[in-house]
Design a protein around this ligand. Structure first.
Ligand SMILES: [Zn+2]
Length: 115
């Protein structure tokens, strides 16, 4: 399945290939404020159709994840990082994907607040 995703204003648009079996709902100070529901997959699963320069990057804590967001509308559609074995990973905020059944996804709580 290919999902179309975008920020609210459309400056950031992309496709994601795959099917989210489950999404991570983290309770840390950052994820809870943004309302992230995150689907982790290899970086190659994301195909940007707008220039990288349209995105701004938010870094915090240990600066290991690049949280991308739109400087115009404020949407935060995904972030780039690495998995424990060092592979390039993208965490897609499934709330920014079109046609996805949010209520049908299995939500996996992650206690990021405590870690
Ligand atoms: Zn935007």
């Amino acid at each position: 399945m290919t999902y179309q995703g975008s920020c609210h204003c459309g400056r950031i648009a992309y496709e994601v290939e795959g099917e989210p079996a489950q999404v991570v709902e983290c309770n840390c100070s950052h994820c809870s404020r943004k309302g992230y529901l995150l689907w982790f997959l290899p970086r190659a699963g994301l195909k940007l159709s707008t220039p990288e320069a349209h995105m701004s990057t938010y870094l915090f804590n240990r600066h290991v994840i690049e949280h991308k967001f739109c400087p115009q509308c404020g949407s935060a559609p995904f972030g780039f990082g690495k998995d424990p074995s060092g592979r390039e990973t993208v965490a897609i905020n499934v709330r920014c994907l079109e046609g996805i059944d949010l209520a049908g996804l299995q939500r996996v709580p992650y206690d990021g607040r405590a870690s």
